[in-house]
Design a protein. Structure first.
Length: 343
């Protein structure tokens, strides 16, 4: 309220000062016109001279007034927006920090419960129905542990200054991640292929990049039917960038879901993903934050029943600030793109 009042007072002051200046300039213009007209000795010349001078002064002053008011409005708008959004930003940071603290406290008791359950499974006298229950408990504990790890990742992103960057070979990172997920791919009879280009070094954080590639690959494996194919490409792109491309032959993403997939805990319609191994709803939210940290750009193209393509552009090792090219819609696929390189 105080800023709005100050803004109104400043605008009124500018208008008042402008009219005072305009009156002064008009008076000076009239005096100058009369002086020139008397010097020429012609009444017609006197009127024309005064009118011409008044028009020049009016145009000049009006343009100045408009420019000053526009600049003042922009300045106050920026200040008001910063002050208005500050509590929301602080609240979000506090919320993430709180969630991170809770998640950290839950890790130890969950580890103890899982260890005790695994020990109980080693007992040869455990009945089959009890064994199934214990195995189910371990699976749920693994799921909860994954959620906690994701929450801790989001919490860590509140303090990006703690994340160290260096030159990283994205091809090597991707190869390591694929190797880690080879058992999961084998269980689903999925074929994962990697195509690598030369000079794929970027300026980034190895752990964060592993999480980006890992989350994308896990999503592709989870939502691709048994026997499907996942293609991963890492290669140089224009403007000194490196592109990571993850393509799958999975169930695809509906348009209404596509534009919300970066929201934390958002999951697609369960009826459409029935029979698929669901996630926590945090994977792509974390991917988005990590790409923002790397000043990259992510584009997702998908359609139901036609698979999903995720393209990420990272600034190359010699280009820590880059501008990505907009991808075109292809073959009727729906698309969402988020560019963090221009922020």
């Amino acid at each position: 309220m105080l800023l709005h009042t100050a803004f109104a007072v400043v605008i009124l002051g500018l208008v008042g000062a402008s009219f005072t200046l305009l009156y002064h300039d008009f008076s000076a213009a009239v005096a100058e016109g009369i002086s020139e007209g008397l010097g020429s000795g012609s009444p017609t010349s006197l009127g024309a001279s005064i009118a011409q001078e008044l028009h020049r002064v009016k145009t000049q002053n009006l343009l100045t007034i408009i420019a000053v008011i526009i600049l003042t409005t922009i300045l106050f708008g920026y200040i008001i927006a910063r002050i208005t959004l500050a509590p929301a930003r602080n609240a979000l940071a506090s919320q993430k920090q709180f969630i991170g603290n809770i998640a950290h406290e839950l890790r130890t008791p969950l580890s103890v419960i899982k260890t005790n359950t695994e020990v109980a499974l080693l007992d040869a006298n455990v009945k089959p129905d009890m064994k199934e229950t214990l195995i189910s408990n371990i699976e749920e504990l693994d799921r909860i542990s994954e959620i906690i790890n994701n929450l801790l990742s989001l919490s860590a992103l509140v303090r990006p200054e703690r994340i160290e960057f260096s030159a990283v070979d994205l091809s090597a990172v991707t190869t390591d991640v694929i190797q880690k997920f080879s058992a999961l791919a084998k269980r689903g009879e999925h074929q994962v292929t990697l195509r690598k280009g030369p000079d794929t070094q970027i300026w980034g954080n190895t752990t964060a990049l592993q999480q980006i590639v890992g989350n994308l690959l896990k999503n592709a494996l989870s939502y691709t039917p048994r026997g499907g194919h996942i293609r991963i490409t890492v290669e140089p792109a224009p403007d000194h960038q490196v592109e990571l491309l993850v393509q799958d032959s999975g169930i695809g993403i509906a348009r209404k879901d596509l534009f919300r997939i970066f929201e934390p805990f958002y999951r697609a319609d369960p009826s459409r993903t029935k029979g698929q191994q669901g996630g926590t709803g945090l994977g792509l939210a974390i991917v988005s934050e990590l790409i923002k940290l790397h000043q990259g750009k992510i584009t997702i193209r998908s359609a139901v029943g036609r698979g999903t393509t995720v393209a990420i552009l990272f600034p190359g090792v010699h280009n820590q600030k880059q501008v990505g090219n907009e991808a075109d819609l292809r073959d009727g696929l729906h698309e969402i793109a988020v560019d963090f390189s221009k922020q």
